[in-house]
Design a protein. Structure first.
Lengths: 390, 268
C-alpha cells in the first residue's frame, strides 16, 4: 500500500444524487439510473458530455449491463467498469474511479445504480439462498440456507461468544428509524421502540422482522473527478483520503463467522489516509441486518471484537452520539433497493457538505464509509472509503 | 390485456384497458358501447377484472386501474379516505376524457363508485355496485389484526371465506397470490377509511341508474346491505349471482358480464 499514499486527497467526489423514489413501478432500472445521472451531474454543474468513465453494477444487470447502460445514456466512455462484488460494488467503484482518474485513464467518472427491487417483488433475504450457485456453495444450498439465515448464524455466534443481546441489536434498528424520521425521503419514518423490534415476528432466530432491512425501489449516482477539477465545480468537493477492498472466502466457519472483509479493507483505507479511528466524525455502513452494522463497526476497528453490543448502546451511534452511524436511516429504514453501497457514499458526501438539515452531524469533517457485498457468514466482499472535506 | 400508465394527481397510475395497445399518453379507444370503469376492492388491483373485461370487450369499453398504493400504481400509501378515492377516480375520468362513465365498483370500489355518483353525478352514466355496502360494521378485531400486521407483529391475513364453497381452488389461489401484491400498510388505512365513511343516509340522493349485484353465498351483512341499497336508491335493480360469495368478478366473471350487459341494454 505504499504507492497509494500518493493518491490520498487527490481525487474528489464532486456530485451526488439520491433518487427520492422508494416505489417506482412505472420506471425501468435504466430510467432510474438516467434520472440519477442527470441529478448528480446537475449537482456539480457538469454534463453528460464531460463524462468519460462509466461504472455500474446491478441485480438485474447481466455481466454486460454496463454496455447497455452506456447505450441507453448515449455515452461513449473511455473507461468502463462493471465490477459486481455485491452491495459494496459502488464503494469499490469509487476506489476504481479514483485509481483510473489518478492514472490519467479518464477524467470524470460516473457511478450509477438503479433498481426496482420492491415493485418487482424480489425476495432478497429469504428467496435467493445464502450460498452462491458454484462448487463450494453447492455443499450448503441443499440444506436450504437463506441470506437472512446466514446473517442469523453470525448473530447467534456473536451472542454465544460475547453475550450480545437482542435488545442491543434492536437499539440499532431503533436508532436507524429515529434517523429516518428526520429524512423526508425515507420509506419507514414512524419511530419504533426496542419492544416493537422484539415483538416483531422472528424471521430467522434471533433476527426479527425489524432487524432486517426494508426492500425499496431507488437509485443513486456519484460523479468522481480530480480534486483540482472539482475545485471549480458547483459544490464543495469531498476528498477521497483512503480506500480499500477485500474479500472473505466462502463457507460457513471459514475463517471465523465474526471476522469480516471490513477488517482488511479498513486497515488499508486508514493506512492510506494517514488518519486514525479517532478522526472519524460519522460512519455510513451497510446495515442489511442489525447484526451487519454491529460486526462491521467492530471490524472497522471502532471497538474491539465482542464489544459491539455495548458500543451501540446508550445512543452512541445516534445523531448527537460519539459516532453517528447512517444519519439517513440506512437500509433498515430509509431505502434498500437490492444493493445499497451507493447510498452510503451519497449520505457521507451530503453530511460532509453540511447539506442534511434536520439530521446533520454538526461539524462533520471526516467520514468512514463501508459497504458489504454478498452475505456475511459465507463469501462476501467489503469496500471502505475515508472521506474528508476539502 | 393492454396496460399503461397515466399521471393522475401526480401519481403514476397503472391502467388496464381492452382493444389495441397504444403509445404512451395516448388515451385508449373507448368508442365501443358504454365506457365502464372498474374499481377494485381493498388490497386488490385492476387485473382482478381481467376475465370480466374480456367478456365485455367488443360490446363495451371496459377500463380498470390500480388505486395508489396498490399493485403497480405509484405511492406507498392508500389515499386514506373514500372521498379522496372518489375524487381520484373522477380525476382519472377527466384526464382520460371519458365523459359520463359507467362505474363498476367491487367491495371498497363499490363504495368509491357510490361516493363519486353522489359527489359528481355528471361524470357517472350509471352505477354497478358489486358486493359492496353503504355503511360498514365496526370490526375492532379485524382492524387490530391489520394494525399488528403493519407493525410486523402478525402474519399477513388471507380470508378464503370471501369465496363461495363452489369456487375452484385455482381462483382462490390466484386471489391469494394477488393479495400479496399490495402492501398491508396500504390495506389497513383502507379499512379505516371505509369505517369512517357512510352513504346509507344519502342513498335517496343517488340520481343515476343503478344495479346492485350480490353473490348467492355472500356474508349475511353484505346481503342485507345489497337489499337496502336496492330499496333506497331510486329505481335501482338488484341481481343475485349464483356460485359467488364476495369476490364476484373473480368467481363468476361470465355471469357478472351477462348481468352488466343486460343492465346496460336497458339504459338505451
Amino acid at each position: 500500500m505504499t504507492l497509494s499514499r500518493d493518491l490520498s486527497g487527490k481525487i474528489a467526489l464532486a456530485g451526488v444524487y439520491e433518487h427520492p423514489t422508494r416505489w417506482a413501478p412505472d420506471k425501468t432500472e435504466s430510467q432510474i439510473m438516467a434520472e440519477c445521472a442527470r441529478g448528480a451531474l446537475d449537482d456539480c454543474g457538469l454534463s453528460l458530455d464531460d463524462v468519460d468513465g462509466l461504472f455500474s453494477a446491478g441485480m438485474a444487470m447481466g455481466p454486460m449491463g454496463v454496455v447497455s447502460l452506456a447505450e441507453y445514456l448515449d455515452l461513449k466512455p473511455n473507461y468502463i467498469d462493471g465490477t459486481n462484488i455485491g452491495g459494496s460494488s459502488f464503494v469499490a467503484h469509487v476506489n476504481h474511479a479514483a485509481a483510473a482518474i489518478h492514472a490519467g485513464l479518464c477524467e470524470v467518472g460516473l457511478i450509477l445504480y438503479g433498481s426496482t427491487a420492491a415493485s418487482n417483488a424480489l425476495a432478497i433475504g429469504t428467496g435467493m439462498g445464502g450460498a452462491a450457485r458454484d462448487a463450494a456453495g453447492s455443499f450448503v444450498s441443499p440444506y436450504g440456507m437463506t441470506t437472512v439465515g446466514s446473517y442469523a448464524l453470525v448473530a447467534q455466534r456473536h451472542m454465544h461468544e460475547y453475550g450480545t443481546t437482542s435488545e442491543q441489536l434492536a437499539e440499532i434498528a431503533v436508532t436507524m428509524r429515529r434517523h429516518a424520521s428526520l429524512n423526508p425521503h425515507a420509506k419507514m419514518r414512524k419511530p419504533i421502540t426496542i419492544d416493537d423490534v422484539l415483538e416483531s415476528r422472528v424471521i430467522s432466530d434471533p433476527l426479527h422482522l425489524l432487524d432486517c432491512c426494508i426492500i425499496s425501489d431507488g437509485g443513486g449516482a456519484l460523479v468522481v473527478t480530480s480534486a483540482e477539477r472539482a475545485r471549480d465545480l458547483a459544490k464543495p468537493a469531498v476528498l477521497i483520503q483512503g480506500c480499500g477492498e477485500a474479500v472473505c472466502h466462502r463457507e460457513i466457519g471459514s475463517p471465523d463467522l465474526l471476522t469480516i472483509a471490513a477488517r482488511q479493507s479498513a486497515d488499508n483505507a486508514f493506512a492510506m489516509s494517514g488518519m486514525s479511528r479517532d478522526d472519524i466524525d460519522l460512519c455510513t455502513v451497510y446495515d442489511s441486518f442489525t447484526i451487519t452494522a454491529l460486526v462491521t463497526l467492530e471490524n472497522l476497528g471502532f471497538c474491539k471484537p465482542g464489544e459491539g453490543g455495548a458500543f451501540v448502546e446508550g445512543g452512541r451511534i445516534g445523531l448527537g452520539g460519539a459516532l453517528p452511524v447512517n444519519p439517513d436511516g440506512g437500509g433498515l429504514s430509509s431505502n434498500h433497493p437490492g444493493m445499497r453501497g451507493i447510498f452510503l457514499v451519497i449520505e457521507a458526501v451530503r453530511q460532509l457538505r453540511a447539506e442534511c438539515a434536520g439530521r446533520q452531524v454538526e461539524g462533520a469533517q471526516v467520514a468512514c464509509v463501508h459497504g458489504t457485498g454478498g452475505t456475511l457468514g459465507v463469501a462476501h466482499s467489503g469496500a471502505t472509503l475515508i472521506l474528508s472535506k476539502a | 390485456m393492454p396496460e399503461k400508465y397515466f399521471n393522475i394527481e401526480g401519481v403514476a397510475t397503472h391502467v388496464y384497458h381492452t382493444g389495441a395497445t397504444t403509445l404512451p399518453e395516448k388515451v385508449p379507444d373507448t368508442r365501443i358501447g358504454e365506457t365502464i370503469l372498474c374499481l377494485h376492492h381493498s388490497g386488490g388491483n385492476g387485473a382482478n377484472f381481467g376475465p370480466l373485461m374480456g367478456k365485455l370487450e367488443g360490446r363495451h369499453s371496459p377500463l380498470a386501474f390500480d388505486f395508489p398504493g396498490h399493485h403497480r400504481s405509484g405511492s406507498l400509501d392508500s389515499l386514506g379516505s373514500v372521498e379522496r378515492m372518489a375524487s381520484f377516480a373522477g380525476a382519472l375520468i377527466d384526464k382520460l376524457g371519458l365523459g359520463a362513465t359507467v362505474l363498476l365498483g367491487h367491495s371498497m370500489g363499490g363504495s368509491v363508485a357510490l361516493e363519486l355518483a353522489l359527489s359528481r353525478p355528471a361524470v357517472v352514466r350509471a352505477l354497478i355496485l358489486c358486493g359492496t355496502a353503504a355503511i360498514y360494521p365496526e370490526s375492532p378485531e379485524l382492524l387490530e389484526r391489520y394494525r399488528l400486521i403493519t407493525e410486523g407483529k402478525a402474519k399477513r391475513h388471507f380470508d378464503p371465506s370471501a369465496y363461495s364453497p363452489t369456487t375452484p381452488k385455482e381462483v382462490i389461489g390466484a386471489g391469494f397470490a394477488d393479495s400479496f401484491k399490495t402492501d398491508p400498510r396500504a390495506v389497513y388505512p383502507n379499512l379505516l377509511a371505509l369505517r369512517a365513511w357512510e352513504a346509507d343516509s344519502r342513498l335517496g340522493d343517488v340520481s343515476v341508474p343503478t344495479l346492485v349485484v350480490v353473490g348467492s353465498d355472500e356474508d349475511p351483512y353484505m346481503v342485507e346491505q345489497s337489499e337496502r341499497m336496492a330499496s333506497q336508491i331510486p329505481g335501482a335493480n338488484r341481481v343475485v349471482i349464483e356460485g359467488a360469495a364476495h369476490m364476484i368478478p373473480a368467481e363468476q366473471p361470465d355471469r357478472l358480464a351477462e348481468a352488466v350487459i343486460a343492465f346496460l341494454e336497458g339504459l338505451s
